[in-house]
Each structure stands twice: as C-alpha cells, then as structure tokens.
Design a protein around this ligand. Sequence first.
Ligand code: NDP
Length: 315
Amino acid sequence: MEFTERKLEQCVIIGAGPAGYTAAIYASRAALHPLLLAGPQPGGQLMITNEVENFPGFPEGIMGPELMDLFRKQAERFGTRILYESVTEVDFSNPNCHLIKTDQGRTIETRTVIVCTGASAKWLGLESEQRLNGKGVSACAVCDGFFFRGQEVAVVGGGDTACEEAHYLSKLCTTVHMLVRSHKFRASKIMEQRVRNTPNIKIYMNTETLEILGQDSVEGVRVIHKDINQESVIPVKGFFVAIGHKPNTDFLKPWLRLDDNGYVVTKPDSTATDVPGVFVAGDAQDKVYRQAVTAAGTGCMAALEAERYLASVGH
Ligand code: NDP
C-alpha cells in the first residue's frame, strides 16, 4: 500500500513479525490507521524457519516466509501502511507525542507505539553452522525437533533454554547429546536436575563445538573435551544451538525498563510499559514462550490496549 504521511499518527508499530502484523490487523480494524515500520528483517524469525507445523490453522504445516506473507496481506487488507525502514532512535519524553526516527532520515510523530522488534537467537559463529542452518542446524527445538524423531541430536548450551530444549528433544529423539562449554550449568537447579535425571540426555561438560559435519545435512559434530584436551566426533542428525537470545531492544534503553537480559518489562497481564501510550509485544518482552502464536497473541493484546488508551485520553 502506498505510504501517505500523517502529521500525528495514532499508532505506529515497530517490527514485522507475528506480533507486529497481528497488532497491525487489530489496530487497522479498530480504525487506528496504523503505520508499520518493517525494519531490517520483515517477517522476523519465521523468515529463517523452514516449515512451521505448530501454528494453528495449518494442518499440513506452512513455510515460515509464506505464513508471514499471509500475515502481511491480512494487515494490508485492512489498511495498514507499511514502510520498509528501520528505527534508529525513539524519544518518549512527551507522552502526547512520541518521536520515532528511521534510517531514511524520517521523524514520525505518534500518540501510541507498539514495539514488536523481537529477539535474535545467538549463534556460535562457526562457518559450518551458517552453511547448515535450516539443514539440520536450528535454534528452536519446538519448531524443528519433530524432524529428528527417532534420531540422535546435539544441543549446545548450559542455561535454562538449553535444558528446556534438551528435555523437549529427549521425548522425540533417541539420544540428546548436551554440550556444555564450562564446568557448570548456568541453568536453574531444577532445570539442571531435570536434564541430569533424563536417561537419554548425555551431558558433556567442558566441551566445545569445533565444527558441524556434513555437506547438505548434518552428519555429526566435532568437539573438543577441554579437560583431557581430546577431540571426538559425535554422530548426530540435528544440531540445536541454545546459547540464549538477544532481544532487539538496545534503542529503547534510555526510555523503557529492561531486565538484566534486555527484555522490556511490561505490567503484569498487559503489554503496557511505564511510558503512557507505549506497548511492547512478542519476543522483545517474552523470554519464556517465544512462539509465533504467543507473539501474535501479545500483538493482539497490545493493539487492544493501545485502542483503549487512546479512548481514555479522548481520541
Ligand atoms: P543464558 O545466558 O542463561 O545461558 C546461556 C548458556 O549458553 C550458558 O550455559 C553459556 O555458557 C552458554 N553459551 C553462551 N555462549 C556460548 C558459546 N559461544 N558456546 C557455547 N556455549 C555458550 O541464556 P538462556 O537463553 O538459557 O536464558 C536466558 C534467560 O531466560 C535466563 O534468565 C533464563 O533463566 C530465562 N529462561 C527462562 C525459562 C523458563 O523460565 N522456563 C526458559 C528459558 C530461559 P557459560 O555459562 O559458560 O557462559
């Protein structure tokens, strides 16, 4: 849809993943005429996912990019205007008029903002990891674990995420090889105990990944056991990186309360922040569920809350 600028927007949505598009669908149907700033990776993390089999309504599954294209079309159908620009800076000092600056030199004024900038999985940074991404290398067990039913997989990391991923995979896979780079887990005790008590999770402490093996699919992983300074190859078909996520919230630091990991702190059972008219949905505020469907759910909440907020201040 062609972009027509307004002097003062009612609602600007930052980010075009499941949360952003869902907020846009609801906000446009509520006649808030939202402007969506699609950012550096329109579609979000689903653009780097192959098949999505857990999004309700698609019994045969759907490719991630195709699903996001449907989200976009649905938002546009109700009048959402989309600008393919990235936000560089915001200024939330005036509650009646929030400012948003983009990389194209534009300054947008708006009464409400819905931040849906998501999070990015952290990667090890190996060449083989990049090459085999989507071909056996994944950062989401819930999304991709199903493809490795009855096979052996590896999980890298020793935090709560890695424990959760390993535990999830242990129900599908014959053996989960858990590679922890240091001599101790970073995870909570209860999560650590859970993986330790799961018979088909094999834990390797002080073990680092050197290379993921395979040409067009994962065939194994070459690791170094640092205690004994010895390398070994573990034959696996899937390789799950679970070393944390980084929420894309750096630009919000001067204005919003972030927790120790950079997630925006929202009010309980709400997407509202401490700043009137500023709401946050999706993975930028969710470190627990991180699913497309939960992101969409909070995107819906944010649009409803923005609508109620505008009504409460007389717009
Ligand atoms: P964490 O930062 O807690 O843990 C990251 C893990 O990955 C650590 O074991 C770390 O090792 C390891 N790691 C980091 N970089 C590398 C690397 N390059 N190579 C190998 N290993 C590496 O991240 P999480 O995502 O696990 O958790 C983030 C937050 O989210 C935490 O507060 C956690 O409690 C929370 N969370 C809560 C959940 C829940 O409540 N259900 C579920 C998931 C997360 P090292 O210790 O050596 O640095």
